[in-house]
Every structure is written in structure tokens, then in C-alpha cells.
Design a protein around this ligand. Structure first.
Ligand code: ADP
Length: 512
């Protein structure tokens, strides 16, 4: 696969600065490996502060002309970029499986999902409306502008040069979700993809050139993350940082951005609860919990991190006699059915037939999963299925279900980012809400119930940016994605995602 992608030009190794494919200035490179095999796919330029400063300067120059185009002109370029990505979704999907490990079908799905942001914001570019505010004095008129067009001045309504720093778990979608609204608004961008998955980003950037997005509007640098980050933070020309990744790095960037008062959007870690009430439709809950937990082998920030299931209880003796069954509730039934389904998941190289669980991204990831599982076992949790490295070796881990997990275990406190589903018991709705909210994170939460009042009541009580009711897959380009508390700032996707890249100007017309 690698040889075929390489000969058709899909594997690139240089960064993109001002429309030119560029080596690191000191010639350094870093390896990009296939997580399923450990083999080196290629070496890419290992860039740092100097290349980043040049990329920022290119983006700054390109901003002057790009921001002056009409929304409809920018929209046409974006639409063409979307068409090119969709035309090459097989190749881009293969490239993604190669460098990231996710099963090919899932990778091709991400290409379509990633492209959907470009299509959406190409359309949205034309719908940035202003506002007229009723004045408090009769001789005044008050206006709010988000877009204006003039030949003087550089910084109009788009915020300016945007730096987009992205992780490895969605090598395309995390980029397009930021870059599409930025470009649609008239901003230009410097992308820093994860060093673990730069190839999909570079291939997408090449397609942006083919789509006619002008040189300098899209730049890509990768290599030494902290040097690149420092250059971005220090530059007064960068007006916004949009970041998806760990909470620790997000906090560092936010603190750094204070120096030049940049806007920041942050998508950080989650600790998603998946609450299964005893009135849930068992099949719906099973399907939803499996989808949210095991997508991308558990390596997404909206993956269920804690599965809270309503406890069984013994019925009154008389009722037991009538119904011939002492136990009601859903815990035992759910745990058994869930474990069965998890046991049948095929693990392997993402290119393998029928594989639904790929490798974890690297050794650090599998060591983290192992240590979390050990911690839970040592504190009394019970492994129902899995619980160890897969016989395939490397970074493959068995899809796992662990029962009797308690709130103080690492599995409940932190994001495991792997294929491990911890089951926690709760008795009442109030207890479920309390447990769900007992975390610094607040990205996604899921509830499964057939009681409509409860579904609404619990959704409102959850301190989360996103709630899925009877649904495990909630991400779409048309809805706002983002968290509360320490899960982040700002929203991506949807009409709200556009505002993150626009300034507002209030104009007061007096003495009418
Ligand atoms: P993850 O655990 O998902 O890898 P990271 O926060 O480490 O999360 O990585 C997300 C992105 O942030 C990657 O592109 C990574 O290279 C980048 N990154 C890591 N450290 C820094 C830093 N000090 N400054 C800027 N970017 C960084």
C-alpha cells in the first residue's frame, strides 16, 4: 500500500510554506511509523521555530488578498477542495490507516466526515450576517458587522492568521474542522499536525493547492512540537490558536497566548459518562455503548470513559413468586450482553478483512492502558473480558470490559484512551448525575433511557457540552462540538464554529 501511495504522490515528506514544499532548514527528518507493524513508512521534515516563523509570515502576506475575496469566491475554492478530497477518499483512507492504524472502513469514513466540514463551511461562508440593534436614543442607529470588504487596512472581520495544532487520533477531521471555517471566514492558516500522523495532513494540503487555494493561505509545519508551539505563541501576527489535544498542552498554549492576547479555541480531554438506566432499550443501549466506547479503539475524546449502569435489585418476595424472577434492573443483563459483543470484535491490522479494532497509536498509549487496568484490578475490579495485551503483540490490546469499577480508580478519574470499558453501578438518577458530573472534564455524555421526561431532565443536569440520548455517535459538521469546564473553550462545526474565526464590529451612527 505504501509503495502504491508513494508512487501516486500521496506520500509527501516536506512541509508546506508559502505554497512551496520545503525541507527542514537544517535537513533534519523524523520517522513516521505504521502502528500496526512498527515499520517506517517514510521520513518527514523535522521543522522548528525558523520554519514556523516563515510559515506565519507567508500566512500573514496571503491574508491580505485572501481576506479581500468575496465569500462566494472563497467558497468556490473550498468546494473544489472538498470535491478533490472526496474523489481521493480511498487513497486518503489508506494513508490514514497506514499512519494511524484505524480500520480502513473507519478511515474512509473519517475522510468523508473530515471533508464534510469543508463542504459545510464553503456554504456557510456566504451566510455570515450582521445585525441591527434597536437603539436606546432616537437619533442613533446601531449596527453589528461580522464581515466587511474594503481595500484599506489588513485586519478586517476575519481574526487574521490562525495556527491550528492537531492530534493524531483524527488525522484529517481535526484539521478540516478548524481550517475550513478559518479559510471560509477569510483567515489564513499555519497547520501543525501531530508528528505521529503528518502524512494525511500533507496529502490534504496538496489537494488544497490543486483546488486553487492560493499559496500561503494554507501552510503546514511539523517536527519539534515545543519549538513550533513557542514560535506560534510568541508571534504577534498569529491572532488565534485553535488546538485539539491534551489538557496539559492546551493550558500551556492558553497561558502563552496571553502574551499577545490571542484568541484561543481548545478541544481538550474528556471523561465521558455513558449512563444506562434500567428503563433503557437494551439493544439500543448496547449498540450505542459499543459505538461510543470502541470507535477508533477507544482513542477519541468523546469515547465513553465510564459506563454507569443502574444496579439490579431484588424484588419483593410476593412479586418474585408471581414473576418467577428475583432480579430486576439492567446491570447483569447489560454486562453479559456487552461482554459477549466485545468478545466477538475482530482485532488486527486496519487493512485486515473484518477488522474493527486496530492497534493503539504507540507504546506510551498501551502502557497507559495497562497501568489503568492494573490499578483497577488491584483495587478490586473484575475483568469480564480481555484485560491484557493482545496475542498479536506490539500495541494491540484486547477489547476489555471491567466490572465493579469505583469512582476513585484511575479508570474513572482519567481518560484511558483505549479499548477498555469500565462498568460502574448506580442506584438512583440523582446518584448517576452526581457521579457523571464528578470530574473536571465536560465534553460529551451519553444517556440511555426510554423515559422522555428523564432523558430531558438528565440532559439538562449534566455539566457537559454535548449529550447523546439513546445515541452513541453524535459528531456531525452541522452541530456545535465542544466542552465545558476543563474540556475546553469554544465550539467547532455548525454556524457557531464560524464565529470563532470572526471579529465583530459595532458601529454607532449618531446625530441622525
Ligand atoms: P496527545 O496526547 O493527543 O498526543 P498532545 O497535546 O501531546 O496530545 O498533542 C496534540 C498536538 O499538540 C500534537 O500536534 C503535538 O505535537 C502538539 N504539541 C505537543 N506539545 C506541544 C507544545 N509544547 N506546543 C505546541 N504543540 C504541542
Amino acid at each position: 500500500v505504501a509503495a502504491r501511495l508513494s508512487s501516486s504522490g500521496f506520500i509527501r515528506s516536506q512541509g508546506l510554506i508559502g505554497g512551496k514544499w520545503t525541507d527542514a532548514y537544517d535537513g533534519k527528518t523524523i520517522e513516521v511509523r505504521n502502528p500496526a507493524t512498527g515499520e517506517v513508512i517514510t521520513n518527514v521534515s523535522c521543522m522548528g521555530g525558523r520554519e514556523t516563523n516563515d510559515a506565519i509570515a507567508s500566512a500573514y502576506d496571503a491574508f491580505v488578498s485572501w481576506s479581500k475575496l468575496t465569500a462566494s469566491e472563497r467558497s468556490k475554492c473550498l468546494r473544489k477542495w472538498y470535491d478533490l478530497i472526496m474523489a481521493h477518499k480511498e487513497e486518503l483512507g489508506q494513508l490514514m490507516t497506514l499512519e494511524q492504524g484505524k480500520p480502513l472502513k473507519e478511515a474512509i469514513g473519517e475522510v468523508s466526515y473530515g471533508a464534510s466540514f469543508i463542504e459545510f463551511f464553503a456554504e456557510e461562508a456566504k451566510r455570515v450576517y450582521g445585525d441591527i440593534i434597536p437603539a436606546t436614543l432616537p437619533d442613533r442607529r446601531l449596527f453589528v458587522l461580522k464581515q466587511n470588504k474594503t481595500d484599506v487596512g489588513k485586519f478586517l472581520q476575519p481574526v487574521g492568521v490562525v495556527a491550528a495544532i492537531t492530534p493524531w487520533n483524527f488525522p484529517l477531521a481535526m484539521i478540516t474542522r478548524k481550517v475550513a471555517p478559518a479559510l471560509a471566514s477569510g483567515c489564513t492558516v499555519v497547520i501543525k499536525p501531530s508528528e505521529l500522523t503528518p502524512l494525511t495532513a500533507l496529502a490534504a494540503a496538496e489537494l488544497s493547492i490543486q483546488a486553487g487555494i492560493p499559496p500561503g493561505a494554507v501552510n503546514v509545519v511539523m517536527g519539534n512540537a515545543s519549538d513550533i508551539g513557542e514560535a506560534i505563541v510568541a508571534s504577534p501576527q498569529v491572532r488565534k490558536i485553535t488546538f485539539t489535544g491534551s489538557t496539559a498542552v492546551g493550558k500551556k498554549l492558553m497561558a502563552g497566548a496571553a502574551g499577545t492576547v490571542k484568541k484561543v479555541s481548545l478541544e481538550l480531554g474528556g471523561n465521558a459518562p455513558c449512563i444506562i438506566f434500567d428503563d433503557a432499550d437494551l439493544d439500543v443501549a448496547l449498540k450505542g455503548a459499543l459505538a461510543t466506547k470502541f470507535r477508533n479503539s477507544g482513542q477519541t475524546c468523546v469515547c465513553a470513559n465510564r459506563v454507569l449502569v443502574q444496579e439490579d435489585f431484588i424484588q419483593h418476595e410476593v412479586l418474585v413468586l408471581i414473576f418467577q424472577s428475583p432480579v430486576v434492573g439492567i446491570y447483569a443483563k447489560f454486562a453479559a450482553a456487552f461482554s459477549n459483543a466485545v468478545e466477538s470484535m475482530k482485532v488486527g491490522d486496519g487493512f485486515g478483512e473484518g477488522v474493527v479494532q486496530g492497534p493503539l497509536i504507540n507504546d506510551a498509549a498501551i502502557q497507559k492502558v495497562e497501568s489503568f487496568v492494573q490499578d483497577a484490578i488491584s483495587k478490586g475490579a473484575k475483568v469480564l473480558i480481555g484485560g491484557k495485551r493482545h496475542s498479536l503483540g506490539k500495541t494491540f490490546y484486547e477489547p476489555t470490559v471491567i466490572a465493579d469499577v469505583e469512582s476513585e480508580m484511575l479508570l474513572s478519574r482519567e481518560e484511558v484512551f483505549g479499548p477498555v470499558a469500565p462498568l460502574l453501578k448506580f442506584k438512583t438518577e440523582e446518584e448517576a448525575i452526581r457521579m457523571a458530573n464528578d470530574t473536571n472534564a465536560g465534553l460529551a455524555a451519553y444517556i440511555f433511557t426510554t423515559n422522555i421526561q428523564r432523558s430531558w431532565r438528565v440532559s439538562e443536569a449534566l455539566e457537559y457540552g454535548i449529550v447523546g440520548i439513546n445515541e452513541g455517535l453524535i459528531s456531525t459538521e452541522v452541530a456545535p462540538f465542544g466542552g465545558v469546564k476543563q474540556s475546553g473553550l469554544g465550539r467547532e462545526g455548525s454556524k457557531y464554529g464560524m464565529d470563532e474565526y470572526l471579529e465583530m464590529k459595532y458601529i454607532c451612527l449618531g446625530n441622525m
